[in-house]
Write a protein that binds this ligand. Structure first.
Ligand code: XMP
Length: 323
């Protein structure tokens, strides 16, 4: 729309004036906000920007590729990919406590990002003076004092960064709401698969595996989650669902029967929620035929899963995520 074109032009001018010849660093998380803020800065200053994508191995099926390939192709951003999958899984091995998982992921993210930062700083060129942040208007308001419920879980935002104050922040989305950010993203040609993405927690699939996280469990959850996304998208439900966590109860087994044999597999929980701002939420009344397709496909296609259950708890008392 016209307004979004204006916002892009205005921000591009402002960023150019502020940055001058300096270099800028940005962290891509795979989410909408960092994707759009980074693309906006790249539109303004091109290769003076280096974007860093820390691949922690906890994204959903296809998401890392969307960043590494489609996003780069669409925006032309200079992207540095750090494959830190082994490092993250190594530190998460055997860890079951939700807050400990978050702390480990937050800490490793900062370590890996700072190492990438040092590499960028070591390459010849003008000084690196700025860091891009995908802060939105609601984030600004929230951190302005509302007590909220954010101390219930340590919402470490993996898109968020070390408080390394050698850098000034560039926050081109500070005045915008989420739908406006999506519009700006479309104006900038970012693929719809990224722009339309539902909110996704920084610690990723690690907090949707109830139990310890390992490669095998991640593969099971990714397969189930991909089926859920295919079916909800095919049914045209993405707009009315705020977020749809799929949760693997990795330490629970139940008996089932399939073909001519007894199975002893894991349950998967469907947690579709409707919400305005994630502070409160209601469970989404999905059509039974969609639930049926999801259940049939998951139990047929994901060998380790023999039961699909639906979470019908609102928030409060439940949170959206299970951890
Ligand atoms: P809860 O589970 O507290 O989640 O109802 C509210 C919203 O926050 C997201 N969430 C997180 N986001 N780091 C994040 O960046 C986290 O550790 C985290 N925990 C929850 C959740 O997906 C939902 O959108």
């Amino acid at each position: 729309t016209w307004t979004m074109v204006n916002i892009v032009e205005e921000q591009v001018e402002r960023i150019r004036a502020e940055v001058g010849d300096a270099r800028v660093i940005s962290a891509l998380s795979g989410g909408v906000d960092s994707a759009v803020s980074t693309a906006l800065v790249q539109r303004a200053i091109g290769d003076q920007l280096t974007a860093v994508f820390v691949d922690h191995g906890l994204l959903r099926e296809g998401e890392a590729e969307q960043v590494k390939q489609d996003y780069v192709a669409a925006t032309g951003v200079d992207l540095k990919v750090v494959d830190a999958r082994e490092q993250f899984l190594g530190h998460l091995a055997g860890v079951t406590d939700p807050e400990t998982k978050r702390k480990i992921i937050g800490r490793e993210f900062i370590r890996v990002f700072e190492a990438a930062e040092r590499e960028v700083l070591a390459t010849p060129g003008p000084p690196v003076k700025f860091l891009v942040q995908g802060t939105l208007y609601p984030d600004v308001v929230e951190s302005g004092g509302g007590a909220g419920t954010s101390n219930i879980k340590s919402h470490h935002n993996v898109g968020g960064l070390p408080e390394d104050l050698e850098f000034s922040l560039i926050e081109p989305l500070r005045t915008l709401f989420k739908d406006e950010v999506r519009e700006v993203g479309r104006q900038l040609g970012i693929p719809e698969a990224i722009v339309a993405r539902h909110p996704f927690p920084g610690p990723g699939l690690a907090i949707r595996i109830i139990g310890a996280v390992d490669e095998e469990r991640l593969a099971i959850l990714r397969a189930a989650d991909a089926i859920v996304r295919q079916e909800t998208t095919a049914a045209g439900l993405d707009g009315e669902i705020w977020q749809f966590p799929v949760v693997l109860l990795a330490d629970v087994r139940s008996v089932g029967v399939q073909g001519d044999g007894r199975t002893y597999g894991h349950p998967v929980v469907l947690r579709p929620v409707s919400s305005e701002d994630a502070m409160t939420a209601d469970w989404t009344r999905l059509p039974y035929d969609v639930l049926e397709r999801i259940s049939t496909r998951i139990t047929n296609e994901v060998a380790e899963v023999n039961r699909v259950v639906l979470d019908v708890t609102s928030k409060p008392p439940g949170t959206i995520e299970w951890e």
